[in-house]
Design a protein around this ligand. Sequence first.
Ligand SMILES: Nc1nc2c(ncn2[C@@H]2O[C@H](COP(=O)(O)OP(=O)(O)OP(=O)(O)O)[C@@H](O)[C@H]2O)c(=O)[nH]1
Ligand SMILES: [Mg+2]
Length: 180
Amino acid sequence: MIILGDSGAGKTSLISCFQSNKFDKVCSTSCDNYPMAFKLLGGKIIKLEIKDTLGQERYREIYNSFYKKADCCILVYNIADSSSFEECINKFNNKIKKNCKKNIKVALCGNMIDLENKREISFEKAAKFASENNYIFMETSCKQTLNVKNIFEYLITTTFLDSKDLLNNNLKNLQDFNNK
Ligand SMILES: Nc1nc2c(ncn2[C@@H]2O[C@H](COP(=O)(O)OP(=O)(O)OP(=O)(O)O)[C@@H](O)[C@H]2O)c(=O)[nH]1
Ligand SMILES: [Mg+2]
């Protein structure tokens, strides 16, 4: 899984919040992958590597090899910063279409919904972009640990479970081994 989005959108915070279920105010972006293991419905076990990236334009080219390997992607913007959304719908989306596997599963993530009074991008606008591209869409807040687990679990489940399993089961059964 690769995490993409503009600098400051909250990529590192999302990973950290997903892993620890809490909000660390300062998150420095690490070059490492974050390995995790999950047991899916029906007992299938997957080992997932989450690749954090640096959002600044000058660093973006270094991730080209990760685009090719990724099975799924979270594309993050800040709902209170329209330029971070523009970066997603233009630059990052083009990169995904050009460099990723054709069948990659993408989740668009509108982060920082705790900043509702500063919102610049409406839910509807982002949902429309997501549906036109066949992307999952959720809004999250790392600060309030809202929807963070959901977006990861939903993306992992839809990426690695067969549609037949998805129909028969409820995704709530996904188990995070690292929390056990
Ligand atoms: N209010 C609020 N602040 C957040 C939220 N998520 C992250 N932040 C803050 O936003 C700032 C940027 O978050 P990062 O996770 O470092 O952003 P990033 O996308 O990893 O940025 P780069 O590594 O530079 O590409 C930090 O100060 C976080 O504490 C959120 O949901 N709400
Ligand atoms: Mg970061």
